[in-house]
Design a protein around this ligand. Structure first.
Ligand SMILES: [Zn+2]
Length: 313
């Protein structure tokens, strides 16, 4: 099975999010999870498979720097997708700012790219996001609409590799619902990342999510909405976001924690004569799979794979 686009994987979730008659409990979001090594990629996909859930493999610029090549990531993800044909898998480049690099990701086969020009003035954000949407919809090796595009309006607090926003600044920069319709229409993007109170990395205190804003934004646009900064958000708040129509949820920091904790535990408990990396990294991969399985249930996308695949092929 080839990689699928975010737009394809989210069509059903979006339909449910937009239908006012849909039971909120039937709505679901698809999880996007960061990785920087192959065991993490495989752990993410195995976790999704265990719950018959679609999944989004998410590459940050930091992980890209570490791995060194967009081609290597794309080819690895394509190989994993062939190995796990029962899992709808999207390969997503997160928070990219360099237009040429994003175009390169499209050309090598990423199936979702995020142009983050949210720190630029509104007009520049529109211009750059439109340039990427136009390019991605035409130039994917998978043909027309072979790669979908996510852009951001408003700023999230925290650290995202090349982008740092203080919590104070972010407070002033929630997504303004009034700016959403023109942004979506003029850019032609496929999904919108919103700033409604979450932050990247760890929280000093539990985040206060602006559900009022989420409601307003959901009402003024027809594209899927994306929640960034998913680590440390209370489970109840995740559920509420999903019930109110959030279609994609990004989780990064939380995964690094479960992976590293498991590896640390393996090193602590194994005899010093144990040198097999599989015995050390393996528990990390398993811990990630367990975490993804749990998130799939929380985001209510467990059991959705089959219907998504049926709609595609
Ligand atoms: Zn993010």
């Amino acid at each position: 099975m080839p990689l699928v686009t975010m737009k394809q994987v989210m069509a059903d979730s979006l339909k449910r999010a937009l239908d006012p008659k849909e039971d909120p409990k039937e709505r679901y979001a698809v999880g996007a999870f960061n990785f920087s090594t192959i065991p993490e990629m495989v752990g993410i996909v195995e976790g999704a498979r265990s719950k018959s859930s679609p999944v989004i493999l998410m590459l940050s610029l930091g992980a890209l720097k570490y791995i060194g090549s967009l081609e290597l990531v794309a080819d690895t993800a394509k190989g994993i997708a062939r190995q796990y044909p029962e899992v709808p898998i999207v390969l997503h480049l997160d928070h990219a700012t360099d237009l040429e690099m994003i175009k390169h990701a499209v050309v090598v086969g990423f199936t979702n790219v995020m142009i983050d020009a949210s720190q630029e003035p509104y007009e520049v954000n529109i211009e750059k996001s439109k340039e990427i949407a136009d390019f991605a919809h035409k130039h994917s090796p998978r043909g027309l609409d072979g790669c979908s595009v996510e852009a951001e309006l408003g700023m999230l607090a925290g650290h995202e590799d090349n982008i740092v926003v203080s919590e104070e600044d972010a407070g002033k920069a929630y997504t303004d619902p009034k700016l959403v319709p023109r942004f979506v229409d003029e850019t032609g993007i496929d999904a919108l990342a919103v700033a409604i109170g979450t932050a990247h990395g760890f929280y000093k205190a539990a985040p206060k999510i602006r559900f009022d804003l989420l409601k307003e934004i959901r009402e003024v646009t027809g594209v899927p909405l994306v929640l960034h900064g998913g680590t440390g958000v209370p489970e109840e708040d995740f559920k509420k976001c999903v019930e109110m129509g959030m279609s994609k949820i990004n989780v990064g920091t939380g995964l690094k924690m479960v992976y590293t904790d498991a590896v640390r535990e393996a090193i602590r408990t194994l005899p010093e004569t144990e040198y097999d990396p599989r015995k050390i990294v393996g528990p990390g991969r398993k811990a990630i799979a367990d975490e993804i399985a749990q998130k799939s249930v929380l985001f209510n996308c467990a059991g959705k794979s089959e219907a998504i695949l049926k709609s595609l092929y």
